[in-house]
Ligand binder design. Structure first.
Ligand code: ZN
Ligand code: ZN
Ligand code: ZN
Length: 331
């Protein structure tokens, strides 16, 4: 299990070094922009530590305490990260405005810039390595971490470009101005991370996931399954809990129905390429699907079979037909 996440730990150790370098660059130059960059590295380090733990913990199989598994911890982790980024954004923006008003005294900007740029490049290399390892180990968390570091490298480039202008023109208010832009951008990024984690924590319906499930159901094409409805998904990291009602010919006995439901779950999940589970509820056909029901010797058939079962569509799959009295959906 550790071999899966060791790239994240390498990233943590390297991240600590990068943070020290960026802090040194700030102290040498007294640059507000370089300070913001260092603060962002600190956020990365804190968030990265929690994320490494979360990735390990999320992989733990379900147990008595957590019968739905431990996947949600990944969203708690990104909520934490989003909160930290947003907090850093507020602090940076506040201080940048203060410095814009009061003015700032820059010291050895050239040297500070050089050190910061070196540290930033380490971030870039680390990011590319993490993306490579994430693809190799098929870990979304590692890959995401890599993309994050790579985008940090891009911002470091932007900051360095701006400060180079300060260095050569001597216009010192440009420094807090760059920091302010950095802070605002960080606020946007942090807000997005927060928003996404809340969506997943709240199990906000994910249309992409529903489409994948329903088209997998169509590819599996089990003719015994006459219809599906009340489809819902719960997001547990890379594991998905699916709640579904499956309409079967009511002449089948419970043993037969159970076999069909189990096979349907297994086939749909593997067709969709998803890790997860179905919690299915079986509904009787109530003789409403005879026109496309394939049961040959059916004692209760109302009309002959005239057509193939139509494809499932998301809209009906997520609906709650009349008769589901316990469930009231607000529209
Ligand atoms: Zn547990
Ligand atoms: Zn139902
Ligand atoms: Zn069973």
């Amino acid at each position: 299990m550790f071999s899966r996440v060791y790239p994240l730990f390498v990233a943590l150790i390297a991240g600590f070094l990068i943070l020290l370098l960026k802090l040194a660059a700030f102290y040498i130059s007294n640059s507000m922009a370089l300070k913001s960059d260092a603060l962002e590295s600190l956020v990365n380090l804190l968030a990265g530590s929690f994320a490494s733990f979360a990735v390990l913990y999320a992989r733990k199989p379900a147990d008595r305490d957590h019968p739905y598994g431990h996947g949600k911890i990944e969203y708690v982790s990104s909520f934490f990260e989003g909160g930290l980024i947003t907090l850093a954004a507020v602090l940076i923006s506040y201080e940048a405005i203060e410095n814009l008003i009061r003015g700032i005294e820059l010291k050895r900007l050239g040297l500070g810039l050089l050190i910061n740029f070196g540290a930033g490049s380490m971030n870039g290399i680390l990011g590319m390595w993490l993306i490579h390892m994430g693809k190799k180990k098929r870990s979304a968390a590692i890959e995401a971490d890599g993309h994050h570091l790579l985008s940090d490298f891009i911002t470091t480039l932007g900051v360095a470009g701006g400060l180079l202008a300060v260095h050569f023109t001597g216009i010192s208010w440009l420094d807090p101005a760059i920091a302010l832009v950095f802070g605002l951008w960080l606020g946007y990024a942090g807000g997005r991370v927060l928003f996404r984690s809340v969506m997943s924590l709240m199990d906000t319906e994910n249309p992409e996931l529903l489409n994948r499930l329903v088209s997998a159901m169509n590819s599996v094409g089990d003719s015994n399954v006459l219809a599906v409805h009340a489809l819902r998904t719960m997001h547990l990291g890379d594991y998905t809990h699916v709640d579904i009602h499956i309409v079967l010919p009511e002449v089948y006995d419970i043993g037969r129905a159970n076999e069909i439901v189990h096979a349907f779950e297994h086939n749909v999940l593997s067709e969709a390429g998803m890790r997860g589970e179905f919690h299915s509820h079986v509904d009787p056909c109530k003789r409403q699907y005879c026109s496309h029901c394939s049961v040959e010797q059916c004692p209760i058939r109302q009309e002959p079979r005239t057509e193939k079962r139509p494809d499932f569509v998301v809209e009906t799959a997520v609906s709650w037909p009349d008769g589901h009295l316990r469930r009231v959906l607000e529209v």
